[in-house]
Design a protein around this ligand. Structure first.
Ligand code: 5AD
Ligand code: SF4
Length: 453
């Protein structure tokens, strides 16, 4: 990027002034938040956002490569812009994020997408403004993938979409190397933000911007702080953030069963401001498959956490991720996953068919499962989970949940930490968006209603 900086000094006027941009985001919350930061970066060039892709002068695709489907979607949508770019060559198309960062991705982007003006990875997205300025001078395609971050995205001011929930990064990268997962290859090693920087960001969001939920983000948030000069555990970070004054709750994702220690359960139980919800991916109900996945825990360990957290926090809302059809997964292994779902009774399950990612160990494992069989297993699992969730609604009866009181379509509604809506008929609200306990008194047609206690 040295040359970019040198050429920037020659720029007399900002050629993007007053132009419009549109961002298309694929993938996880991390990407959603990074797109919020890209908005901040683009606003520095005095550009404004448009919801209408046809009206945009700059179109940014912030991509994901976790599964083949995500890649295909992004690739096909970028390809679809080719005729538009041919018609109007002044439009600038950018592709960034995880997909270009892959060493051996499915598509050779540089070769296949010559009409895309800027192709950059995860480690240099924060310099998008500089790449745009360079492109305005040369008019040539920029293809720049770097191996390590120059500076993080933290300097970029996020322009957030949501006005209730704010995402806040606490740790970047992943050191776990689960054998199916591409993330460590495209996001690099774990790197924690300083606690005081996180504290100041959260305090500003809560006290000056009125956010009610703060969702702490990382590929493995439980690993937070291990790499800091003065290490701080994730549980300690949670406690520290709970000292911020204000009416708000803290959520976090994603957790890893290997690093999800009992001190976190303790803080979740004792700190009012930590939301009573946990996303804890199990991936499989077979310890044999978990070992092949390099997950570093077995089913007994996972079930131990579930038992302890349910005992400590009876109202906890639980969710998980499952991969079906991992190489070598037998029908028996798969049935053990179904058994685990029946035992835990998650409030929500995100299930995926295993997708081969070139460059990961599992891509070369023997006994790959065919797509048809994966599909059969996925559907069976989803059907089971649907039944479990239907049954789960009964557990709310006569229980009291701390809720965010909102006013939706003229009715007061309490939103539980797990996102469940409880209607509060007849409640005369004076204001909204505050936390209060709501007792469920009725369940009708799978809808909950109750009263503020
Ligand atoms: N195939 C299918 N699902 C995957 N995940 C990660 N990598 C793959 C893959 N290769 C799932 C995991 C993870 C979630 C974010 O995506 O379940 O927890
Ligand atoms: Fe991927 Fe495993 Fe890291 Fe999660 S913990 S990002 S699944 S390697």
């Amino acid at each position: 990027m040295k040359s970019v900086q040198k050429e920037n000094s020659q720029i007399v006027s900002n050629s993007y002034q007053g132009k419009k941009y549109h961002i298309v985001t694929y993938g996880c919350q991390m990407n959603v938040h990074e797109s919020e930061k890209l908005r901040g970066i683009l606003s520095v060039l005095n550009m404004s956002e448009t919801e209408d892709i046809d009206k945009a002068d700059v179109i940014v695709f912030n991509t994901c490569c976790i599964r083949e489907g995500a890649e295909d979607r992004a690739y096909n949508n970028v390809i679809a812009l080719k005729p538009i770019k041919e018609q109007d060559p002044s439009k600038v198309i950018v592709m960034c994020g995880c997909m270009p960062q892959q060493k051996k991705g499915k598509y050779n982007l540089k070769e296949k997408l010559p009409f895309v003006d800027i192709i950059i990875g995860t480690h240099n997205m924060n310099m998008l403004d500089q790449y745009l300025l360079k492109h305005a001078i040369t008019g040539e395609q920029i293809y720049d993938i770097i191996e390590k971050p120059v500076t993080g995205m933290d300097n970029a001011k996020a322009i957030r979409d949501d006005h209730l929930n704010a995402y806040v990064n606490i740790i970047y990268g992943c050191n776990k190397f689960c054998t199916y997962c591409i993330v460590p290859y495209v996001r690099g090693r774990e790197s924690s933000r300083l606690p005081q920087d996180i504290y100041l960001e959260v305090r500003d969001l809560v006290q000056n911007q009125g956010y009610k939920y703060i969702t702490l983000l990382g590929q493995n948030v439980n690993s937070y702080g291990k790499d800091l000069k003065y290490p701080m555990s994730f549980a300690e970070l949670l406690k520290y953030l709970c000292t911020i004054e204000g009416d708000f709750k803290i959520k976090f994702m994603t957790s890893h069963p290997m690093d999800f220690t009992d001190d976190i359960i303790k803080v979740m139980k004792t700190e009012y401001k930590v939301a009573k919800t946990l996303h804890l991916p199990v991936q499989s109900g077979s310890s044999r498959i978990l070992a092949k996945m390099n997950r570093h825990y077995n089913v007994k360990h996972y079930m131990g956490i579930i038992k302890r957290i349910k005992r400590a926090i009876p109202n906890i809302s639980l969710s998980t991720d499952i991969i079906v059809g991992f190489p070598g997964e037998t029908v028996r292994d798969f049935e053990m996953t179904l058994k685990l779902l029946k035992k835990v009774k998650f409030d929500q399950v995100f299930a995926f068919m295993y997708s081969k990612r070139t460059g990961t160990p599992a891509a070369t494992f023997e006994n790959q499962i065919d797509e048809k069989e994966k599909n059969v297993r996925l559907n069976k699992l989803l059907r089971l989970q649907k039944m479990i969730q239907k049954e789960q609604i009964k557990k709310y009866f006569n229980k009291t949940y701390d809720c965010l009181i909102r006013h939706i379509n003229g009715v007061a509604v309490g939103i539980t930490d797990g996102g469940k809506e409880i209607y509060i008929p007849g409640y005369k609200y004076v204001n909204q968006n505050y936390f209060a306990p709501v007792k469920v008194e009725n369940i009708r047609n799978h809808k909950l209603s109750g009263v503020i206690k």
